[in-house]
Design a protein around this ligand. Structure first.
Ligand code: ADP
Ligand code: MG
Length: 207
């Protein structure tokens, strides 16, 4: 399965979710590949900070020919995750065209809900000639014991894509683990961050 993590807004958690989804898949015994389609190369930076084994390969591919190159690469893997670029442009469109599923991280703020309009439109453009393509929102940085995460999930229902049942909470483990090139699953394998990432993977991949 090819899952793109996309949103033209920066800082919504594309790279954080990409590396952790790829790690969860790799740790469950799947052959996972992470494609860094962001010219900033944050996923590549994450990988190069890491000491020891690589867990899964990260390939830098920030070019609008992604949809042509990814299928051949994907043949050697069970799952490919694409960490998307922070713009709505040809590169983002190419990344979407390569996907089976586009996961759209959205923070619990009305600004994020409004901003999602651009990426939704781009996905819909691709859907015209790729009917099997799916879009799915995921609430990221939800704050425990607040209603805003639920309100955002509610507001997102006006868009034509489902909202993942698993929300990802605001947790220091996401930044702390990344600082040493780790996923939250290695950082604290039984912790709440590891649990929610595994739940999200189950929801996305095993349907
Ligand atoms: P993007 O790739 O969309 O620009 P990042 O994944 O780089 O976003 O996330 C932006 C910042 O927010 C990073 O510092 C990251 O550590 C932090 N972050 C992302 N998701 C979470 C989360 N669920 N909890 C805490 N911090 C997070
Ligand atoms: Mg990023």
């Amino acid at each position: 399965m090819i899952i793109g993590v996309l949103n033209q807004k920066g800082g919504v958690g594309k790279t954080t979710l990409s590396v952790n989804l790829a790690a969860a898949l790799a740790l469950s015994g799947k052959r996972a590949l992470l494609i860094d389609a962001d010219p900033q190369g944050s996923a590549l930076d994450w990988q190069s900070t890491r000491e020891g084994d690589t867990l899964f390969p990260v390939v830098g591919m920030a070019k609008p020919t992604l949809h042509k190159d990814v299928p051949e690469l994907a043949a050697s893997y069970d799952h490919v995750i694409i960490d998307g670029p922070p713009r709505v442009n040809e590169l983002a469109k190419s990344a979407i065209m390569a996907c089976d599923l586009v996961l759209i991280p959205v923070q619990p703020s009305p600004y994020d809900v409004w901003a999602a309009d651009d990426i939704v439109k781009l996905i819909q453009e691709v859907m015209i000639y790729k009917a099997k393509l799916k879009g799915r929102f995921v609430v990221n940085r939800k704050i425990v014991n607040t209603a805003i995460g639920r309100d955002v999930a509610e507001a997102l229902r006006d868009y034509p894509f489902l909202v993942a049942e698993t929300a990802i909470n605001q947790r220091v483990a996401y930044a702390e683990s990344a600082a040493s090139g780790l996923s939250v699953l290695e950082f604290d394998s039984k912790g709440p961050a590891a649990r929610e990432i595994k739940a999200l993977v189950r929801e996305l991949v095993e349907e």
